[in-house]
Design a protein around this ligand. Sequence first.
Ligand code: ZN
Length: 439
Amino acid sequence: MWNPILETMPREKLRELQLKKFRRIVAWAYEHSRFHRRLYDQAGLIPGDIKTFDDIARVPKVEKKMMRDIQGIDPYPYGDLLCVPLDEVTTYRQTSGTTGQPVYQADSWQDWEWWSEAWSYILSAQGYRKSDRVFLPFGYNVFVAFWAAHYGAEKLGCEVVPGGVLNTEARLLKMQELRASAMMATPTYVLNMAETARKKLGLDPARDFHIQRITCAGEPGANIPSTKQRMEETWGAKVFDHIGATEIGAWSFECLEQPGGLHVNDGLFLVQIEDVESGELIEEPGLSGKMVITALDRFAQPCIRFDSKDIIQWHDRECSCGRSFRLIKGGIIGRADDITKVKGVLLAPTAIEDVVRGIPELGDEYEVMVTKKGDVDHIAITVELRPEAEQLKAEVEARLASQLRLKTNLGYAITFVPFRTLHRYELKARRFIDKRKHT
Ligand SMILES: [Zn+2]
């Protein structure tokens, strides 16, 4: 463990620490950011009002939209949420903008060290050691992606190879040449790389590389059982999940025990789950709700009671690794905005992925489109049939239809396209298209 004292701290002690840190960050934001002062003044709240854990729920939530609204005003371009002078900002990042205008994120050097500290927990928990040579095949740019992972791995003493502007083939060859022992990428890109290795370079990822562990982030895949299995078999490696976000930080990680979910880093974050409709806090396992999260030690552009819209649920078990950090079951189940009803049925796009990736005759990519014809919802899926499975098309189609019906309670119009026709994503894949929202 990176920090055994914190990671095994009894839960009541952890809660005390979280409350103490929460009060500190709220007081700091109230003192240093006009945005937070306005927000708390409007709610009739002063930091001193927060005395118990229950009081935390009184603190107003911050939505992404509120952050966008203040962008572009001084201190430019971050707006008055910034708690330090612009001179202290050392790093600019922005969100990917998949749900609208990107949010700009300022980090001070202290906060950037905090990022790499958070990643040190993740990597230690996943078995990264000084002896690892870690390859990072991602475009180092304005998106935070694996930037902090890079620094975290260095902090741990690993050797880090930045696979920046290289194309996929060049990245693969470099990884092979250097006998990299670990890599980090989105699940989509992990599969995409394997496909490129086989098709373009004639290499078998499991046989011709030395990758032992892969850390995934950016998409749900590493906690969708069939996608995880596909990646682990393809690369002959252990695959671990991590969830983080630009405006939050690196808040969760899967450990070596792979307990069917991720640990929340309770030492550095406060995660709360709220019922989407009633707003009531959910403490018991099995009920999903949206995550409201606070980064307890991030000071330049704080993240306090951030309404992430991510749907998660508590796991019903403790982890055998010995950490007292709580577990969430699976990964992010969906987004509060995305968990839509189709034909009156609640649909989580991750369930579709689990079905498609569970059918070996299908390629890794797929696309789901929801439209409205008159008053009736229509859901269609496009999948790729692997060339070697051409003869089995009718049988695969029947299996896909029945599995989709079983797992999502919906009937789909199924279209097959030739292998490698659908778009290959490197960062965040967009496979679920809801056309009803735009008509
Ligand atoms: Zn664990």
